[in-house]
Design a protein around this ligand. Structure first.
Ligand SMILES: NC(=O)c1ccc[n+]([C@@H]2O[C@H](COP(=O)([O-])OP(=O)(O)OC[C@H]3O[C@@H](n4cnc5c(N)ncnc54)[C@H](O)[C@@H]3O)[C@@H](O)[C@H]2O)c1
Ligand SMILES: O=CCCC(=O)O
Length: 535
């Protein structure tokens, strides 16, 4: 039984969905001609030329697929048609790689300072166009406008961060074991990079890869997600305005041809590095495909984050942290809490406070004022969420909040849901839900909960709340994850290394480590240099 505010669901759907939409803007969208399929309403961009329809960015130019084929992009909140994008195929992808290969020969010779200035200009343009980028994100991804604005800032900050890293490209001087030899290392760009990113952060997942790649001196071919291509194409337009040289950044799109495009990116010998963010099964496939040419790889894959609340925790702070971690982007982030473990002594108090907060959410179109949570990305995502809830219910969990689809709001909406009485045999215990469903598991001891937390094949993020300092060290060290949040539910930061262990993948993005993923360390030994004064 739904416990979300009834008024929300009784609200007029039109009022809920459309307050920021304006019909008058359609003709002002430069370079586009809306077809009969087009929505009668579209969000307004301050600079309509950022809405790039039917074109991809290759070698500094806006081009269509050679076949002329396109695919449709729809608004996940309304199901309405947004526009079409080029359906690139294998040949189009190869052509983009050739341009990136040619551009690498020149770009690799730029200084770190030059690359720094380039990224800084791109960052400044993202900040200057933040409202439009946020509008595009909210439109094609569905997240609330305020969240989209937060994502733009997060995404731009990767360019700022790596603009600061680009000039600090140091090697080492190494004392040799052989008298007369001198050894040192230099950092070189790995080469042309293939980047593949998901829809849940249409801007940030791309800048988190392009920022360090360009800082290192690499050129890129980026296949943006078919669900959310327009944000990436707007970012490409800003690259153009920032003066990024021809062929250094190439953004391509595909939907049905995605596997064929992926195969070219992972098998073309000119691509020396693949960085992928997405699901674990696709990551494994890409790794297999990369093995034929042994490419350097970064894989940022799925998670199943444990969120542990010990009975010595500040319960209110833990509730706030759990809400932030679990329901960010309606549960569609790879670091969202997936299993919430609460110690027996505070279980009921935590569950009551947590459920009360979830009942305050306002679900609806991301453009509507006051909406805190938008739709899921598509029907498949809603089906998975529903299946997880029904499975848990059938095995004895209790639905305390939500638990149902929201057809009156839209096909892709699902009620923010809280389940209590979760047990290890339920699907949610072992599978990533990637949706707005929080399942509360009860535990008794620290050893038990650490064992339960680690009883999964993935290890991206883990969180816990405790005021006991020795426990903080112990648990942080024993969790099998790449990132730990202690007394916080939000850990994402361009300055902090992001990445997982186990089947959540490998490699680190952001931080001082991020640039290394796009570099090789070359060692140079000079012989016959005479005896050193110091060894
Ligand atoms: N670790 C991280 O940083 C991180 C970040 C975001 C999402 N994710 C994970 O991504 C998943 C959700 O995203 P999704 O369902 O869109 O993932 P997905 O793996 O289906 O798709 C991700 C991207 O890969 C592309 N893709 C799919 N099949 C491909 C193929 N055969 N060849 C080349 N590219 C292909 C898609 O078009 C998309 O651009 C979740 O598991 C989530 O945890 C992880
Ligand atoms: O979904 C994955 C990325 C989330 C983040 O960077 O905070």
């Amino acid at each position: 039984m739904a416990l979300l505010p009834k008024a929300l669901f009784n609200a007029s759907r039109a009022a809920l969905l459309r307050p920021h939409f304006q019909t008058s803007t359609l003709p002002r969208i430069v370079g586009s001609s809306f077809s009969r399929l087009a929505s009668t309403m579209a969000p307004q961009l301050k600079d309509p030329s950022l809405f790039k329809k039917d074109v991809c960015y290759v070698n500094g130019e806006w081009i269509t697929a050679k076949s002329g084929k396109t695919f449709q992009v729809n608004d996940p909140a309304t199901g309405e048609f947004i526009g079409t994008c080029p359906e690139f195929d294998a040949a189009d992808t190869e052509a983009a790689i050739r341009h990136a290969e040619a551009a690498f020969e020149t770009y690799r010779k730029t200084t770190g300072r030059e690359r720094s200035k380039l990224l800084r200009r791109w960052y400044d343009l993202m900040v200057a166009n933040a409202d439009d980028l946020a509008t595009l994100i909210a439109w094609e991804n569905g997240k609330p406008l305020a969240d989209a604005q937060g994502e733009v800032a997060y995404a731009a900050n990767f360019f700022e961060w790596f603009s600061e890293e680009a000039p600090r490209n140091y090697g080492n001087t190494i004392p040799s074991s052989t008298l007369g030899n001198r050894v040192w290392t230099i950092k070189e760009p790995v080469g042309v990079c293939g980047l593949i990113t998901p829809w849940n952060f249409p801007a940030a997942m791309i800048t988190r890869k392009i920022g360090p790649a360009l800082a290192a001196g690499c050129t890129v071919v980026c296949k943006s997600p078919g669900e959310t291509p327009y944000t990436s194409l707007a970012i490409a337009e800003l690259a153009h305005r920032a003066g990024v040289p021809k062929g250094v950044v190439n953004i391509i799109t595909a939907l049905d041809n995605t596997p064929a495009v992926g195969l070219v990116l992972t098998s073309d010998p000119a691509i020396r590095k693949i960085s992928f963010t997405g699901s674990t099964p696709v990551g494994k496939l890409l790794m297999k495909q990369c093995s034929t040419t042994l490419k350097k790889l970064s894989l940022e894959l799925g998670g199943n984050a444990p969120f542990i609340v010990f009975d010595d925790a500040d319960v209110d702070a833990a509730v706030t942290g759990a809400i932030a971690s679990k329901f960010r982007s309606s549960g569609q982030t790879c670091v969202c809490a997936n299993r919430i473990f609460v110690q027996r002594g505070i279980y009921d108090a935590f569950a009551a406070k947590f459920a009360a907060k979830v009942r305050e959410f306002k679900v609806g179109n991301g453009f509507a004022a006051g909406v805190t949570h938008g739709p899921l990305i598509h029907a498949k995502a809603v089906a998975k969420v529903e299946q997880h809830v029904r499975d848990a219910e059938a095995k004895g969990a209790k639905v305390v909040v939500g638990g149902q689809r929201l057809p009156a709001v839209g096909d892709n909406f699902f009620e923010p849901t809280v389940l209590t009485g979760m047990t290890a045999d339920m699907d949610m215990a072992s599978e990533e839900t990637f949706g707005p469903v929080a399942g509360l598991f009860m535990f008794d001891t620290e050893d038990e909960v650490v064992r339960l937390a680690n009883a999964t094949n993935v290890g991206l993020a883990g969180y816990f709340f405790s005021k006991d300092l020795s426990r903080v060290y112990r648990v942080a060290e024993h969790l099998e994850v790449g990132m730990v949040g202690v007394n916080t539910g939000l850990i994402s930061d361009p300055a902090a290394p992001f990445g997982g262990v186990k089947e959540s993948g490998f490699g680190r993005e952001g931080s001082l480590y991020g640039i290394g993923e796009y570099q090789i360390t070359k060692m140079i030994t000079y012989g016959g240099m005479g005896d050193p004064l110091q060894t």
